[in-house]
Design a protein around this ligand. Structure first.
Ligand SMILES: NC(=O)c1ccc[n+]([C@@H]2O[C@H](COP(=O)([O-])OP(=O)(O)OC[C@H]3O[C@@H](n4cnc5c(N)ncnc54)[C@H](O)[C@@H]3O)[C@@H](O)[C@H]2O)c1
Length: 330
């Protein structure tokens, strides 16, 4: 049984990472600044939740991080705590404190304890490209259009130096459009919120269009866990799921609704707005070479699975509706 510390464990990817670690029998400590548990409660039963040790803490607090890593992260830290694109845009100073200094605190503590770190970078380290559906390799990143992307690039650099200077092994993963149960906030959360709205029979407009790399959260979380056993070094890997346009996904949601006997809801989900300033296809062959073929649920199956999960949560009166527009929420 390994002792693994998960930061940002109350978040979307974090909740699924906790689930995968519990499923393989690990001793899991969840560190998050928020006491919010709705994502964990959506996917874990009460017995599983009881097996998680919770610490409320800020990753930018070096002393707190040191103590948590030393006591609970002996066999590894999966570091997911962070502020997303809109929050970093609204408050870049706080964004830098949490995303950059917080990650450096984890890397410092890992050097002292001698454990490895798997941390969330992001596909936002890439900039726009004229060929968005050509698979992009890791080295094509750099022309990011957000403070958030700059912070993630800084983290990748700091992880590289921490291996060079102090021997800390790490893997930085770059997800793009993560979807599935628990995805309820961030620049690319619209497709998941649309599925939730469709379950309720309410209209929803996704706020971006064009190609992107859709990745089911369960698959992404499984990759984070498997990277705990990656070869030594300071690695940075793209994550790939299935490339499709948001327009394609709107059509797939209609098909999935039809197949679920909810054909009267066709047309409720629409999309509008700009393309993402990030290529829509990421090459994950370096990741596959390091850990073996990553899980890759076909997009249509992932959308259908998410719809079914939301329908079940709704039937149980447990579907969190806070990401839906207020008027639809009334
Ligand atoms: N979801 C995506 O599509 C996506 C894509 C690329 C990268 N990422 C990265 O993956 C990581 C996890 O993403 P997510 O979708 O689960 O995000 P999320 O917003 O759902 O969860 C982030 C969690 O971090 C916690 N947190 C924020 N500041 C903290 C602090 N100072 N100390 C401790 N905890 C803090 C929040 O309370 C939250 O529970 C993030 O670093 C994000 O930037 C996500």
């Amino acid at each position: 049984m390994s002792k693994i510390l998960v930061t940002g464990a109350g978040g979307c990817i974090g909740a699924w990472v906790v689930k995968h670690l519990l499923d393989r029998g690990d001793e899991v400590t969840a560190l998050d600044k928020s006491p919010e548990r709705h994502r964990l409660e959506s996917i874990l039963d009460a017995d599983a939740l009881d097996r998680v040790r919770f610490i409320e803490g800020d990753v930018a607090d070096l002393d707190g991080v040191r103590s948590a890593v030393e006591t609970h992260g002996r066999d590894g830290v999966i570091h997911l705590a962070g502020m997303q694109v809109p929050s970093c845009r609204a408050n870049p100073i706080l964004g830098a404190r949490v995303n950059v200094l917080g990650t450096l605190a984890i890397l410092e503590a890992a050097a002292e304890v001698g454990c490895r770190v798997v941390y969330a970078s992001s596909a936002a380290v890439f900039g726009p490209d004229d060929e968005p559906t050509r698979p992009h390799t890791e080295s094509e990143a750099g022309d990011t259009r957000s403070h958030y992307g700059v912070f993630k690039l800084a983290n990748e650099g700091n992880a590289r130096i921490q291996f060079q200077d102090r021997g800390v092994s790490s893997v930085g993963l770059r997800p793009l459009t993560v979807y599935g149960v628990g995805r309820d906030f961030g620049m690319t959360s619209g497709p998941t919120t649309a599925l939730k709205a469709a379950v309720l029979g309410r209209p929803y407009e996704i706020g971006f269009t064009g190609p992107t790399d859709f990745q089911l959260v369960e698959d992404v979380a499984a990759v984070f866990v498997r990277c705990l056993a990656a070869p030594e070094g300071a690695h940075v890997f793209n994550v790939h799921g299935e490339t499709a346009t948001v327009e394609d996904v709107v059509a797939m949601i209609d098909d999935v609704l039809e197949a679920a006997g909810l054909g009267d809801r066709r047309g409720l989900v629409t999309c509008t707005g700009p393309h993402l300033p990030i290529p829509g296809a990421l090459d994950d062959s370096a990741l596959a070479a390091a850990i073996g073929a990553p899980p890759r649920t076909p997009l249509r199956d992932g959308l259908a699975r998410t719809l079914r999960a939301f329908a079940t949560l709704h039937a149980d009166g447990r579907l969190d509706l806070r990401d839906l527009p207020q008027e639809a929420n009334a």
